[in-house]
Design a protein around this ligand. Structure first.
Ligand code: SAM
Length: 190
């Protein structure tokens, strides 16, 4: 298939947005796969700030970073991404070049603990202040479970009304596949 699949496309966008030394955010640590990907892109002089409400996710991510010798590139917070603004140090405000939200539940974990539209939207609002010009926020939206479908609807309504003078918003989605596979919303600050 020539068309890029969803998760590789998300990573391509991150690769485009991030340079060595950058400040980036993993808004949903989960099992830490994205954190490791980001930590490799920012190099030894960059920083990843990571958030998750589950201690299990923070621990999984710590282990994955250590296994890859990347622990010194990340600061992990056991708290919700709706508290991004107060946790990212002021010296890095306006300097964040990329942020990723992999929404839904922790794979292999408690499927009742999911992301919610109110807190996701609050985090995006805060991030729009934290981002550098041309910084990219990626939302990978999983809408195969009931709460995911509700979150999708809220998020699409929210991103569609963002001022086009301030941000570009892209939706990247296969629209003829069964079982509601994930899709991407990318928000680029102008
Ligand atoms: N990016 C992860 C990876 O690479 O393995 C997968 C993330 S998983 C799909 C979603 C995660 O979001 C779960 O670990 C869940 O605990 C977390 N989460 C739910 N609500 C959150 C919130 N308000 N702030 C931060 N994380 C949250």
């Amino acid at each position: 298939m020539k068309l890029e699949r969803i998760l590789p496309y998300a990573r391509q966008l991150l690769e485009k947005a991030i340079s060595p030394g950058d400040i980036v955010i993993d808004a949903t640590l989960g099992n830490g796969h994205d954190t490791v990907f980001l930590a490799n892109l920012i190099g030894p002089n960059g920083r990843v700030y990571g958030f998750d409400i589950q201690e299990e996710a923070v621990q999984n991510t710590k282990i994955r970073l250590a296994d890859n010798d990347l622990s010194d590139r990340a600061t992990l917070f056991h708290t919700g991404h709706e508290f991004i603004l107060e946790n990212v140090p002021p010296v890095h405000h306006g300097k964040v070049t990329a942020a990723i939200f992999n929404l839904g539940y922790l794979p292999g974990g408690d499927k009742d603990i999911v992301t919610h539209p109110q807190t996701t939207i609050s985090a995006i609002d805060q991030l729009l202040d934290l981002m550098a010009p041309e910084g990219i926020i990626l939302l990978v939206i999983y809408h195969g479970h009931i709460e995911g479908a509700v979150e999708r609807d809220y998020l699409l309504r929210y991103v569609k009304q963002l001022d086009q003078r301030l941000v570009h918003v892209l939706q990247y989605q296969f629209i003829n596949q069964k079982n509601n596979p994930p899709f991407i919303v990318a928000i680029e600050k102008r």
